[in-house]
Design a protein around this ligand. Structure first.
Ligand code: NAP
Length: 256
C-alpha cells in the first residue's frame, strides 16, 4: 500500500461550502498551514474562513476549466504547492427514467466528472514536476452498479471510479498518491430531501473524520459507513440476473 507523506502544508478542497467538504475543512484548519476552499457560494466560504485559522476561500465553479486553473495558480502563488487536493464538489438529482432531462444529465457530467478532470488538469503539471502530491476523488457507492432513478448521478460516479483506477496506475510510480472516496449515505444538504430510506446514514462530521483518517493512511479506497458500503460492494459481486432481481424488488419501488 502506498503511503501518503502526510505532511501536507497546503490543502485544497472543492465543494467546501457545505456538507463533507465543509467539515473536512474544519478538521484540517490549524493542522495544515494553508487550507484553500472552493465552491460557488462565496458567502459561505468566507463565513467559514472567518471562523478558522488557516482557511482561505477561492470561490469558483468547477465546470469552468479556466477558473479552476486560475484558482490553482492563485493558491500556489499565495501558499506554495498544493500537496493535498480533495476533489469533492458534486451534485445529485433524483430522476425517473420517464422524466429524462438531457440538460440535467449534462450538468451532472459537467460538475461531477468534468469538474474533477478540470482540477486534475490544473494540478498535474506541478505535481508531476515535483514527483509528489495527493489527489482524492470523491465518488459514491452509487457508481458501483446502475441504480434506479440515478441516471443523472450514478454514471458520473462510475466514471470517477474508473478514472481513479487509471490515475492510480499511471501516477503512483511517479510519486503521486491517488485516493478514491466512496461514501454511503451522509447527512448533508445533498441528501436532506431524499424521499427514500437511507440505511446507515452518518453525520457530515463523522464522514469527514473517516475521510481524513483514510487520507492520512494513504489508502486507495476510502469508504464510510463501512457496513453499508460493504453491502453495496456485495451487489457488484452478484451475477447480473441476481442483481436485477434485487434492484427491481428492493430499490425500484417508490416510497408511499
Ligand atoms: N451525502 C451523501 O450521502 C453522499 C454520498 C455519496 C457521495 N457523496 C459525494 O460527496 C461529495 C460532497 O457532497 P455532500 O454530501 O457534502 O453534499 P453538499 O453538502 O451538497 O456539498 C456539495 C458541494 O459541492 C459544491 N458544488 C456543487 N456544484 C458545484 C460547482 N458547479 N462548482 C463548485 N462547487 C460546486 C457545493 O457548493 P456550491 O453550491 O456553493 O457551489 C457544495 O459545497 C459529492 O461529490 C457527493 O456526490 C455524498
Amino acid at each position: 500500500m502506498a503511503t501518503s507523506k502526510n505532511d501536507w502544508k497546503t490543502a485544497w478542497i472543492t465543494g467546501a461550502s457545505s456538507g463533507i467538504g465543509l467539515e473536512l475543512a474544519r478538521l484540517l484548519d490549524g493542522k495544515v498551514d494553508h487550507v484553500a476552499l472552493s465552491a460557488r457560494s462565496q458567502d459561505k466560504l468566507d463565513t467559514l474562513a472567518g471562523q478558522c485559522k488557516t482557511v482561505v476561500s477561492y470561490p469558483l465553479d468547477v465546470t469552468d476549466a479556466d477558473a479552476v486553473a486560475a484558482s490553482v495558480g492563485d493558491i500556489e502563488v499565495a501558499a506554495g504547492p498544493i500537496d493535498l487536493a480533495v476533489l469533492n464538489a458534486g451534485a445529485w438529482q433524483l430522476m425517473d427514467i420517464a422524466d429524462l432531462d438531457l440538460s440535467a444529465i449534462r450538468a451532472g457530467i459537467e460538475v461531477n466528472y468534468m469538474g474533477v478532470v478540470h482540477a486534475i488538469d490544473a494540478l498535474l503539471p506541478g505535481m508531476l514536476a515535483r514527483g509528489a502530491g495527493h489527489i482524492a476523488i470523491v465518488a459514491s457507492v452509487a457508481g458501483y452498479r446502475g441504480l434506479p432513478r440515478s441516471v443523472a448521478y450514478g454514471p458520473t460516479k462510475a466514471a470517477l471510479i474508473n478514472l481513479a483506477e487509471t490515475l492510480r496506475t499511471e501516477l503512483e510510480p511517479r510519486g503521486i498518491t491517488i485516493s478514491l472516496v466512496n461514501p454511503g449515505f451522509v447527512d448533508t444538504p445533498m441528501t436532506q430531501d431524499n424521499p427514500f430510506p437511507m440505511p446507515g446514514i452518518i453525520s457530515a462530521r463523522e464522514a469527514a473524520q473517516n475521510l481524513l483518517a483514510g487520507l492520512k493512511r494513504g489508502k486507495y479506497e476510502i469508504i464510510f459507513p463501512r457496513a453499508f458500503v460493504m453491502a453495496m460492494k456485495a451487489l457488484r459481486l452478484l451475477p447480473n440476473a441476481a442483481f436485477f432481481w434485487v434492484a427491481r424488488t428492493f430499490l425500484l419501488k417508490k416510497p408511499s
